[in-house]
Design a protein around this ligand. Sequence first.
Ligand code: G6P
Length: 611
Amino acid sequence: MCGIVGYIGFREAYPILINGLKRLEYRGYDSAGIAVMNGTTNIYKHKGKVAELEETTRTKNIHGTIGMGHTRWATHGVPNDINAHPHSSQHAIFTVIHNGIIENYAKLKEKLEARGYKFVSDTDTEVLANLIEYIYIKGEVSAEIAVRLALAKVVGAYGIVIMCQNEPEQLIAARKGSPLVIGIGNNEYFVASDATPIVEYTNSVIYLNNDNIAVIKRNELTLKTIENLQVTPTVHKLTMDIDAIEKNGFEHFMLKEIFEQPRSINDTFRGRISPLLDEIRLGGLMDILPKIDQAKRIIIIACGTSWHAGLVGEYLIEEFARIPVEVEYGSEFRYRNPIINKDDIIIAISQSGETADTLAAISLAKSKGATVLGICNVVGSSIPRETHAGVYTHAGPEIGVASTKAFTAQVTVLTMFAFMMGHRKKLISNQQYKQLITDLVAIPQKIEHILEMHQEYKRIAELYKDATNFLYLGRGYLFPVALEGALKLKEISYIHAEGYPAAEMKHGPIALIDNKMPVVVIATRDKSYEKICSNIQEVKARKGIVIAIVTEGDTVIKQMADHVLEVPATNEAIAPLTTVVPLQLLSYYIAVMRGCNVDQPRNLAKSVTVE
Ligand code: G6P
């Protein structure tokens, strides 16, 4: 949801802002803009991608060492030049960029209009800019005080950066809900929605907390709460590698991230599996393991792809650790008055660690006294800071909007968790434990093998790229994989796709099947194998086209299906980790062949920081 970048220091701000916006573009990409201060504040913004902004500004000789940039994911007002950020206040004293939603903007706008303010855009951000200016002029206060008083009147979420024309030697940044990171250099500071625009300049960062306001000068940073109390900043060291946020020769980030999975899963294992493969140790959970041992119930909360990983987690934890599990969408959980007990364990899963609905569900669970664990990818993000304990997935930065390596990393953590708990509870013998771990650590190599066959996926993609609907079927552990496969396809290729438990097909989707309907069936050898073979027959009897993901060497399904894609045999409990990869590749190639913007699909954003 919207990317924010700001700079104050001794370098030219323009290239830092444009490059920063390119890195942040995965957060939103319907319009982009920058403002650079150099005596006056010059704003350049328009609808479209950062590359277009760069194209139109490159020759404009933009100089100045203070500035800010924004890439937008529209909430209030359609994507157009006027609604693009930065927004100026009416008398051009303040310039604001904003990520989030000002929920009471209509009321504030009405009041400002009654006091003579006129608005040019449809955005809530312009309301904020004018509110700050109104307070500044009326109250004859400093920019910092005006910002603080204005924010006290705001209901909603924000990450904002503000420049004041009358106090040109500073940036003001504030956060409530939407993330902001401040990078500390020598006589220079950077502000951004995440660390990716900062990492090439410095690895010392401060993660802004909720209700914090930072006044940033070239050589000084003051941090206060919205109540004007001084805060001592905590400086963190970034471990992010610059290569991790480049495409490194791949055509798209998504393809790079699909191909990274053997490496990223190994990174998820690192330090957590004993050399003899006889123990799993999730360091971040050690202190609360006794509590988990006693848990009567686990509730998994997530959104999107992370929710699919949660479903796999449910199957794993119930099978191996015999703890009842419920899987909830953050948005439903937070608003439906759920029953939460003090001895419940909540597991929040999130790649970004910033998803607003997941965060709100966490605070609800905490308010009822439950213990909350996080499984997150982005180090230092909000969810790990809000939870009692947790496990980082360590998949590295995921830039493609459609999640791939984060999903397999989440499933890897959940698999390790289920095996570890099963062993702790003595439900799994030492021998079984060792076998399960051995099977798990063999996964990266098996994925490597699947990736080698990527040309095969291209061939099938070519055949079905013009289909208008797809159905994905799976049973047991492979049902969530069917959901994830369908989600990947619709996200990036805009083909309508549905995932179903294979047996449920008879209760509805079967009516859709005809000779134009590709049905992707995930049918590796497991305890439902015979049943899924019958489901394939049912599809074929209605002339549907079957693309089956099968275990290497399968001859039975080969006779029935139109196409088979083989994956190496593995324990069925960890088959989601292999079987999802062909589905990622299939979606990727179909989307590329349809000419879609794979890394930045329309209307989507990488992290959804508004509800
Ligand atoms: C957005 C992204 C999805 C992601 C979901 C949850 O919709 O486009 O890829 O699965 O948010 O995000 P999280 O960061 O919480 O995993």
